[in-house]
Design a protein around this ligand. Structure first.
Ligand SMILES: C=C(O[C@@H]1C=C(C(=O)O)C=C[C@H]1O)C(=O)O
Length: 363
């Protein structure tokens, strides 16, 4: 016991030191903010924030052998920078709500707890908020490892001129939430279409007679379940706290390694960080080998194509557009040349954005 007391006293001294340094840091960030305002510079600098995290994770490995986990370094500094930035400017972020959706979780992970979050009811509303500059950023889901692409999000890029300025990938863990205490009482299960699909096998096995009802989001399902006895929602752990629901069954998604990728939308171009991705939209002429010729542009300049999706153009029947992600930034020479060639070989090319790749557990 004596030993614990002594060690805790040492921790107290360190905590005071950390606190002192945090305040010192906040003061410096405020001064930077004032200079940026005078010079009319963009206050939020995600590129700088990325550089800070990458540098510290590297130091943490090299100097300290990760005594304090590098994953935690990312989270702690995410919050420190979120708080420092809020002293310079209030960051407004719209996300597909209501509260406690996975998009909310992804937004918090990307911007930290000190941003001001605005839940909006639809993916289209997120695009509208960003386009009209009522918010600085918007966050929408774009693809899931089990269920594939969120087509609705891709289609919005045909209508709006917002940019992709970032991406976030989070693991999706789905739970069965209810006001009831036992599985036997559950007659109805509410959730977003994708979440219901991701739990298909579990539901067939454990609740074969329950009626499955689709909702606009997993969080909306929780709101409904609060008012309906004998019903359950499929949603996140955060949703269980937010809506005060019991977790009747944990991790019920069929595929235990289930991830969703979200896009961060904004209005300006991101600077090159060296770990970037570029998303593009293009349309090919209706002729033999058109897509082959288009993709040759990437092959010729050694640009790695990480994803390609086709969607109806909505202008003419059987007319398609392609969404592609490539590694690198539009200012990288090989990406620039590949896009030039792509422009010559297609009907239309629109760069949706070059942005820093998601910070994943692998780094
Ligand atoms: C302090 C700055 O402003 C913001 C806060 C940052 C931080 O706390 O480190 C980093 C980038 C900016 O989003 C800065 O630009 O350096």
């Amino acid at each position: 016991m004596e030993e614990i007391k002594r060690l805790r006293a040492e921790i107290d001294v360190i905590d005071e030191e950390i606190l002192k340094l945090l305040n010192k840091r906040a003061k410096l960030a405020k001064s930077i903010g004032e200079i940026k305002k005078q010079l009319n510079l963009e206050i939020h600098s995600p590129e700088r924030e990325r550089e800070v995290i990458d540098r510290l994770v590297k130091l943490n490995k090299e100097l300290y052998g990760e005594e304090f986990p590098s994953e935690a370094v990312k989270h702690v500094f995410r919050e420190i920078m979120s708080a420092c930035l809020s002293l310079e400017k209030e960051l407004r972020v719209a996300y597909l709500g209501p509260k406690a959706t996975f998009t909310h979780q992804a937004s918090l992970e990307h911007f930290g707890l000190s941003a001001y979050y605005i839940p909006v009811p639809t993916i289209r509303d997120v695009f509208v908020e960003v386009e009209t500059e009522r918010v600085d950023y918007g966050v929408v889901p774009v693809e899931n490892t089990t269920e594939g692409v969120v087509n609705y999000t891709l289609d919005m890029f045909l209508e709006f001129s917002v940019k992709i300025v970032g991406e976030v990938v989070i693991p999706i863990k789905l739970h069965l939430l209810s006001t009831s205490r036992s599985l036997e009482e559950i007659k109805e299960v509410y959730s977003h279409r994708q979440a219901l699909a991701q739990c298909r096998n579990w539901l067939e096995k454990n609740l074969p007679h329950a009626k499955l009802i689709e909702t606009d989001s997993t969080a909306r399902a929780c709101e409904i379940v609060l008012e309906r006895e004998g019903s359950a929602a499929i949603a996140s752990e955060v949703a269980s706290y937010t809506y005060h629901l019991n977790i009747l069954a944990e991790n019920i998604q069929d595929n235990l390694s289930n991830y969703t990728r979200f896009l961060v939308l904004g209005k300006r171009d991101m600077k090159r960080t060296g770990k970037d991705k570029t998303s593009i939209l293009f349309a090919v002429r209706d002729e033999v080998g058109a897509l082959y010729k288009a993709l040759e542009s990437f092959y010729k300049y050694g640009v790695n194509l990480t994803k390609i999706e086709s969607r109806p153009s909505k202008k003419k029947a059987w007319d398609y557009v392609f969404f592609a992600d490539v590694e690198g930034h539009i200012e990288d020479e090989n990406v620039r040349l590949a896009l030039e060639m792509l422009k010559e070989r297609t009907q239309m090319v629109k760069v949706l954005g070059s942005y820093p790749r998601a910070i994943t557990e692998e780094g």
